[in-house]
Design a protein around this ligand. Sequence first.
Ligand SMILES: NC(=O)C1=CN([C@@H]2O[C@H](COP(=O)(O)OP(=O)(O)OC[C@H]3O[C@@H](n4cnc5c(N)ncnc54)[C@H](OP(=O)(O)O)[C@@H]3O)[C@@H](O)[C@H]2O)[C@@H](O)CC1
Ligand SMILES: [K+]
Length: 466
Amino acid sequence: MDTLPAGTLMQRAAAGLARRCAQLLTDRFGAVYARRVLLLVGAGDNGGDALYAGARLAARGVAVRALLLDPDRAHAGGLAALRAAGGSTVAAAPGVVDLILDGVVGIGGKGGLRPTAASVVSAAASSTASDGGRPILVAVDVPSGVDPDTGEVPGEAVTADVTVTFGCLKPGLLVGAGATRAGLVDLVDIGLSPAVPPVLRVADREDIRGWWPVAGRESDKYTRGVVGVATGSSTYSGAAVLSVAGASAGPAGMVRYAGSAADYVRQRYPSVIVTESVERAGRVQAWVCGSGLGTDERAAGELRTVLAAPVPVCLDADALSLLADGRMQDLLRERSAPTVVTPHDREFTRLAGFPPGGDRVASALGLANQLNVTVLLKGDRTVVASPDREVWVNPTGTAALASGGTGDVLSGLLAALLAGGLSGVRAAVAAAYAHGMAGRAAAEGGPVTSTDVAAALRSSVAAVLA
Ligand SMILES: NC(=O)C1=CN([C@@H]2O[C@H](COP(=O)(O)OP(=O)(O)OC[C@H]3O[C@@H](n4cnc5c(N)ncnc54)[C@H](OP(=O)(O)O)[C@@H]3O)[C@@H](O)[C@H]2O)[C@@H](O)CC1
Ligand SMILES: [K+]
């Protein structure tokens, strides 16, 4: 536990905050000196951070003005420091502001912004910077109005360009509507060791490179892993092709396809071994099953065979619809090998019986526990939650991936990583990461289709692993 006086932590927070603001001003305006900064100051310690950071900027020649929401309760030490450094207070937002520091409310707030705070924020945000553009908006610790624990935005809230947060990454900055409000998130280490391990983790490239199975000289197709693809149908042959494309970009040594789109797959991927059914597929070390499979009796039979296999399984789309009526959920709970499900919001709702709602982390954890599976809940910030309460948030997501068929590519890749020996959580996190990178790469060429994402996947994986 931390034993430092609270004032020390606030000074460290303010120092990190002021450093970041100075950098943002220099990047945009070429210098810190004579720039104009407006502090929006609430009555709690969040406002104190803003005031102390403002004092540091004032000492560097910045014109710092503080707008106090509750003048009688503003942080006394912070206000004195600001004044001593040459800063002053104002009753309303000035017309010209280069950077706004949102110190209205931090982790001590609940609910959306109160009406007075909301109108102050909106007036400040509509001021103009000295270059004629919009002022840079920096949130202190959390964009005011965002629930720091869940990412819910129940009412009015600040939309920041950058959030400088202290000590740990709050869930509300990483998931749900809060993630969009936070902009770029900078973590300042204030030397505070959290009393509980961080609930949420964000994978970086080093994590993915460390986990990704790499073939050695002794490897053969079985040590690299054989992935089975039970997706698509003669009606939905595209789904089969997309999941095979995803699977082929992974580390597996061989891809087997089982289903009624076999001819279609064989024409496009001569290296894939095709059969008409899961039962006849031969040895497979992980399955992906679902997209384009349909929901008829034949599809249900294929899903049952996949679930009975003692190997890891990734389930998507129609497999999730087939599971939604509950009849096959016992098979799921009884499995001993890892299972990963990859729902979007509507599939999640059908499967769980409740919508993911504002608290996407709690919802994903709830479904993981309910079904004894790893849940990859798709979204702008995809959440991965395991039955043993591990939670990861994917940082590479992009709106470009919100297009039909991209999920088929994702689940194919995920299954290849399962076949390569990764745990359900790592396979899900690594697949989401690489898939996001492929979506970003594909978007460079204009509007994105799932075929573009599939085509970009191999080189994106190579770039992540380079
Ligand atoms: N913990 C640490 O170790 C460290 C913490 N640090 C910093 O302290 C911050 C937490 O400070 P905190 O606890 O004083 O609360 P804080 O976020 O300022 O909010 C309270 C104020 O907000 C108001 N308010 C509430 N809801 C509202 C709403 N919806 N809309 C508008 N206003 C609302 C509420 O009003 P009241 O209810 O009192 O009328 C009160 O005035 C933390 O985020 C970080 O920045 C750093 O210095 C580093 C070390
Ligand atoms: K804030």
